[in-house]
Design a binder for this molecule. Structure first.
Ligand SMILES: *Cc1c(COP(=O)(O)O)cnc(C)c1O
Length: 369
């Protein structure tokens, strides 16, 4: 029998008995959505787990990001990165603001803070960086720039569930941070999203936005939408949260195995290890330098695909190059991001990926013709 196909990720699921026990309460309460008991329990547990003062839950991470932009009235220019998932850039544009693309750091792939000030104009209102692959941005620099110019900082923290650096949890950086609880993330509620923040007045603002601008009445006091997390999704979150630390430890094992097999190979560039950081091992990105390695990223990806191993070219194309933008954002403005996007491959990584499969994946990579 040929081995089963291996995809870049595999959603974490709790034991089914856990989920059944959790949703029995929903049958009893007949409370299916609208911030019911499961939603409330998940809110409390997530603010503990993420070590943040306040959380607001949403139907998904993208809507959470749109909520942050729209309720903070960001309609001018937003300095952001093109080396990210579609959501970051689409949230800016769908909110009526204009993305201004900043280049990235060549080793961590997050926004290069040295370049931010040169992009600020009198229309700039916010900075929206992404902690890509869980590499935390240089928040101190970014905060200093934001303070000097009176800008908001909204982090796309979709990749940083459970991450902290020197004891500071990711969700405490910036004015607001967005976490995604999508099925493919380290921690999932099937679909779901979270905003974390310290300004208590935003609790009401964010709550209103996700339920038609209505807080305790029939009157819409703002132009909200429907972005509520259902009780079934919240129940899945409650179950998965019990196992997330165990899953992260298993992901670390897989990551270490990749590092053992691929570290030190000329032309294979791994993400730097992160001293002082509690990581979540969400992704294992590899850069292929074809001059040194002799084969390109695309050749390696094709060799893997021939053996039913489906690594992903995250993030290629850059969001600035999406066809919907019809060449409006020249790629020449972010040369480092362009370079990385042509060479990066994210390898399969999930808690129950057997180490023998990791070995086989590394063999295929190293033997790519
Ligand atoms: C997953 C992801 C999102 C969007 O999250 P959804 O919950 O799928 O809407 C946004 N930004 C980044 C970087 C992501 O990886």
């Amino acid at each position: 029998m040929p081995p089963e196909p291996i995809y870049v990720t595999r959603p974490a699921l709790p034991p089914i008995a856990d989920y059944i026990a959790e949703i029995e309460d929903i049958w009893e309460a007949r409370y299916l959505t609208n911030a019911g008991p499961k939603h409330q329990a998940l809110s409390r547990q997530l603010s503990d787990y993420l070590e943040v003062p306040h959380v607001a839950l949403f139907a998904n991470g993208h809507l959470a990001l749109e909520c942050a932009l729209q309720t903070l009235d960001i309609t001018g220019e937003v300095i952001t990165t093109p080396f990210t998932f579609a959501s970051t850039t689409l949230a800016i544009i769908r909110s009526g603001a204009t993305p201004v693309f900043c280049d990235i750091d060549p080793t961590t792939y997050v926004m290069d803070p040295e370049l931010i000030e040169s992009l600020i104009t009198d229309r700039t209102q916010a900075i929206l960086p992404v902690h890509v692959y869980g590499n935390l941005c240089d928040d101190e620099r970014i905060r200093a720039i934001a303070r000097k110019h009176g800008l908001k900082v909204i982090y796309d923290a979709a990749h940083t569930f459970g991450i902290s650096r020197n004891g500071v949890a990711a969700g405490n950086l910036g004015d607001v941070s967005m976490f995604s609880l999508h099925a493919t993330k380290v921690f999932n509620s099937i679909e779901g999203g979270v905003l974390t923040f310290s300004d208590e007045s935003l609790v009401r603002t964010f709550t209103a936005w996700r339920q038609f601008g209505q807080v305790g009445g029939e009157n819409s006091e703002s132009l909200g939408t429907n972005a509520k997390l259902t009780e079934f999704a919240a129940a899945m979150g409650l179950c998965n949260l019990r196992y997330v630390d165990e899953n992260i430890a298993l992901r670390e094992r897989v990551t270490n195995r990749y590092r053992e097999r691929l570290g030190g190979v000329p032309g294979i560039i791994l993400n730097p290890e992160r001293p002082g950081m509690r990581s979540n091992y969400a992704y294992f990105p590899v850069l292929f330098d074809s001059k040194q390695f002799g084969r390109s990223r695309d050749e390696v990806a094709a060799a893997l695909a021939r053996q039913d191993v489906f690594a992903r070219k995250y993030f290629h194309p850059l969001t600035s190059q999406f066809s919907v933008f019809q060449g409006r954002f020249p790629i020449s403005e972010t040369p480092v991001a362009a370079h990385v996007a042509e060479r990066v491959l994210v390898l399969p990584l999930y808690a129950d990926l057997p180490l023998e499969d990791v070995d086989r994946i590394c063999e295929i990579i190293l033997q790519t013709p």
